[in-house]
Design a binder for this molecule. Structure first.
Ligand code: 1GP
Length: 252
């Protein structure tokens, strides 16, 4: 494994454009659907495919979904695991996450200790990621026993983002939860961006996801300073709408 190959790709690409990631949940899409979503997403301008979910992820189906998405898109496939069962050697990298506002030590250090030797043995590139659950939180928030940060407290989100960066994260992922009725507020993104830049952590990528379904929301998040947007539900339900969403985010 070449160290940090996928992270370097993301950082390099970010110099030219904001990034878009398409999330495929193997509990909802099999290899055939994954290939179709990945192909459309690639044409729509997505930069990488995330594969993962909170429940119902198992081998060999996970590996088959990863393989199908990779083949159809030619893009890096990055695992987005809810637990140890979300790992497969067939991916390029893994978001190696600490769920920063979990109340359960398992999601703060327990699962990482279990996963680290497996990630190493699989030859997966770990991308150090602080995962921060905001507002609704979705299944990820519930399963990860998070204490979601209320939508009304952008300064608490920003404090988490800083703490993530100061403890070594390359990515800070602000998550409202898949299918959330409200996305992460742009104010929370803007405040995180401001503090990261002010403290010299301007190379930390802010990833935002959960409940973003329309171009104007995507544009507001871009204007607030998000580096990457993750789209899952829309990609599964209405992939034809990805192109305008991605265009709005990247030009915002
Ligand atoms: C979920 O942030 C992602 O982890 C994507 O959310 O399914 O709402 O696009 P959506």
């Amino acid at each position: 494994m070449k160290r940090r190959k996928v992270l370097s790709y993301l950082r390099r690409r970010r110099l030219d454009t904001r990034l878009h990631f398409t999330l495929i949940d193997p509990d909802k899409a099999g290899p055939g659907e994954a290939a179709e979503i990945a192909r459309i997403a690639r044409e729509a301008g997505t930069d990488a495919i995330l594969v993962g979910g909170s429940l119902g992820v198992y081998e060999p189906r996970l590996g088959e979904v990863v393989e199908a998405a990779k083949e159809a898109s030619g893009l890096p496939v990055i695992l987005f695991p809810g637990n140890l069962n979300g790992l497969t050697p067939r991916a390029d990298a893994v978001l190696f996450m600490v769920l920063l506002n979990s109340e359960d030590p398992y999601y703060l250090s327990g699962v990482q200790v279990q996963a680290a030797p497996v990630v190493a043995a699989m030859g997966l590139e770990p991308i150090p990621t602080s995962y921060i659950i905001v507002g609704h939180g979705g299944a990820a928030g519930f399963v990860g026993k998070a204490r979601p940060i209320p939508y009304e407290y952008p300064e608490i989100v920003a404090a988490h983002a800083l703490a993530g960066a100061f403890t070594g994260a390359s990515l800070v992922y602000l998550e409202a939860g898949s299918g959330a009725p409200r996305p992460v507020p742009p104010e929370a993104v803007a405040m995180s961006r401001r503090l990261l830049d002010k403290t010299g952590f301007d190379d930390v990528l802010i990833v935002v996801g959960g409940g973003v379904r329309d171009p104007s929301t995507a544009r507001r998040l871009a204007e607030a300073g998000a580096d990457a947007l993750v789209t899952g539900t829309l990609a599964e339900e209405d992939p034809g709408k990805l192109a305008s969403l991605i265009e709005a985010f990247k030009s915002g």
